[in-house]
Design a protein around this ligand. Structure first.
Ligand code: ASP
Length: 333
């Protein structure tokens, strides 16, 4: 199957929306060519899984877990690898900006106790996931936004940086020539990094970080920093994280839904599939024109992933094997 871009006029706001227009070589070859396994049944701990093809991030997280670190440290530091990667144009430094040229980050983190922290519309700070962790640990709040989040980060010693790299600025300048406000849904490529880990003690944590949709309206916030939508962790049951068109994930409270379905007895795979079916089976669902993908893990260390379209993948590190696992998907037309 060839690479496909789904292009559609924006309906709600007239805003231009691009989901993932960037990096990772995984999109260059078909799943068959890459010999990507479709599933594994291993359950040994520790383990880490992440959305898309982010081998360096899972290596970092697994190193922490193998050294006896917590799942919370693992997911934070795993996500930080991709945030610092300037070539990644959907996360942290180098993320594609909104339509006004501002790079604005959304991130959240959740621990084994159900504590959580989140930042939305954060500017000038690369490691949004670490600011989210500070919100969780150092404030009585769950979520900080915009200037308040930035000031809080600065007060905690984070260094301000210009997140708009030359490459992302050039992409934005090119987009501005037409600025047709049409979303281009690239369903095969790397977007938000969402990461879930179980440490040696069997405790689960998760994190999620993104620069959101490229060329979004100023002020737009997606699912990624919304606890229950972009991420949810229940240490008794399991955890889930989402990527793709955030508006659709928010409307179905997707990650919470996946965890609740696991609580009712579904496997992680079945739960991800059911959460996707809630989106695609809505009356007049426009699913052919956008991508959503979920990954999930249960308390036993069984994992699953499912997406609307082909090419979504999960990176999984377990038992010394760090591998990309192609997700099963709904739209087989
Ligand atoms: N879910 C993210 C958002 O809507 C984008 C993505 O995963 O590509 O902001």
């Amino acid at each position: 199957m060839k690479r496909r871009n789904f292009i559609k006029s924006a309906s709600l706001t007239g805003a231009g929306i691009i989901v993932g227009s960037n990096l990772t070589s995984c999109a260059e070859k078909s799943a068959e060519e890459r010999e990507v396994p479709v599933s594994t049944g291993k359950t040994s701990l520790p383990l880490v899984i992440a959305t898309w093809h982010v081998m360096d991030s899972t290596v970092k997280a697994m190193k922490i877990l193998q050294d006896g670190g917590t799942a919370l440290d693992a997911v934070e530091q795993g996500c930080m690898v991709e945030e610092a990667n300037e070539k990644g144009q959907s996360v942290g430094k180098g993320g594609l900006p909104d339509r006004d040229g501002n790079v604005t980050l959304d991130a959240c983190i959740m621990d084994k106790h159900g504590n959580c922290g989140s930042v939305v519309y954060l500017q000038n700070i690369t490691h949004a996931v670490s600011v989210a962790r500070k919100v969780m640990e150092d404030t009585p709040h769950v979520m900080l936004a915009g200037k308040g989040a930035e000031q809080f980060a600065l007060s905690r010693g984070f260094q301000p940086e210009d997140l708009l790299t030359e490459a992302s600025k050039a992409a934005w300048e090119k987009w501005k020539i037409e600025a047709k406000y049409k979303p281009i849904i690239n369903i095969e490529n790397h977007d938000t990094i969402g990461m879930l880990a179980i440490d040696k003690n069997g405790d689960i944590s998760g994190a999620c970080t993104t620069s959101g949709l490229a060329y979004k309206m100023g002020g737009r916030v997606g699912d990624s920093p919304i606890i229950g939508s972009g991420l949810f962790v229940d240490n008794e049951i399991g955890a889930a994280v989402a990527t793709g068109l955030g508006e659709e994930v928010v409307k179905t409270v997707g990650s919470f839904l996946v965890v609740e379905l696991m609580r009712q007895g579904k496997s992680p795979q079945e739960a991800c599939k059911e959460a996707i079916s809630r989106i695609v089976n809505k009356p007049n669902s426009d699913y052919k024109n956008f991508q959503v993908g979920y990954i999930a893990v249960n308390k036993q260390g069984v994992t699953g992933s499912y997406s609307i379209h082909q090419w979504f993948s999960m990176t999984k590190f377990q038992d010394g094997v760090n591998e990309q696992i192609q997700s099963d998907y709904f739209n087989k037309d």
